[in-house]
Write a protein that binds this ligand. Structure first.
Ligand code: MF3
Ligand code: CO
Ligand code: CO
Length: 255
């Protein structure tokens, strides 16, 4: 009752906010399971960090993720998800997200790579991604990576109960724009935990006090994709998976 009243109170405070469906609010036991999946998922990414570098193919990253995940008792959520053919996503330079690992794509000095990993543990989902800088990377790329990390960290700092999704979307977009960058709008974060992708959809732009009200027990990803040029993206029609920047500019993401 107190919880419902509090939601009612904040819905009056933010008349343009959206009320969260009660079905997405997790129990403490579910949160514990989701936290564990997130921790194991991070351990997989730690292993990627140890092996990634110049001369490594993106397929080798995929192989490592498959092996490490299995050793930790997890399942790679990406493999077979809506027909996705690999265990992990590896998105380089102008690839915004969902780059498919490829034995022919050998990492070169100067590449910036996002590795996006999702692990199922005891039925719960953890989903995170990191950027890796290969060899000697240009100042332009270093700055994009730095600002994108700042966008995520700032959003995570703001995302608290009784605020709204628009609050941190606004902050992400503001910081990106201040640096001359744009925010991808067609792809967003998402609820996560019991399923891979749950409600709500999480935009990385917004206005304070709008979008879904955040309440205790919600589990979401924040995964801003920040571009040096246009925010517009283009989908690789051969596979339907990899999204690239429309203008060939650079893109970067942390989740
Ligand atoms: N991990 C991605 C996300 O953050 C989703 C990848 S879907 C896949 O939502 F099928 F490509 F793996
Ligand atoms: Co992800
Ligand atoms: Co995600």
């Amino acid at each position: 009752m107190a919880f419902d009243e509090k939601i009612e109170h904040y819905m009056l405070t933010y008349p343009h906010a959206e009320e969260p469906p009660r079905s997405i609010i997790k129990t403490p036991a579910q949160i514990e399971g989701i936290r564990k999946a997130g921790e194991i998922n991070s351990m997989v990414l730690d292993s990627v960090a140890e092996m990634i570098g110049e001369g490594v193919s993106t397929q080798e990253i995929d192989d490592l993720v498959a092996k490490r995940t299995a050793n930790l008792g997890g399942i790679c959520a990406c493999l077979g998800y809506q027909g996705y053919p690999k265990n992990v996503c590896t998105s380089i330079d102008d690839v915004v997200c969902h780059g498919i690992p490829d034995p022919k794509r050998i990492l070169q000095s100067g590449d910036i790579v996002n590795v996006d990993c999702t692990t199922i543990v005891d039925g719960f989902y953890g989903d995170a991604s990191r950027m890796f800088l290969i060899g000697e990377v240009s100042e332009e790329k270093k700055k994009l990576v730095q600002v994108t990390k700042e966008c995520l960290d700032e959003a995570v700092g703001i995302a608290k109960p009784w605020t709204t999704l628009g609050d941190f979307g606004y902050a992400i977009n503001k910081r990106a724009k201040e640096n001359g960058y744009s925010v991808v709008v067609e792809i967003g974060g998402h609820g996560v935990g019991v399923e891979f992708h749950e409600e709500p959809w999480v935009p990385h732009i917004g206005e304070p006090g709008t979008g879904m009200l955040l309440v205790p027990g919600m589990t979401i990803t924040i995964e801003p994709m920040i571009n040096t040029g246009t925010w517009e993206i283009d989908t690789d029609m051969k596979t339907g998976w990899a999204h690239k920047t429309l203008d060939g500019g650079l893109s970067c993401q942390y989740e």
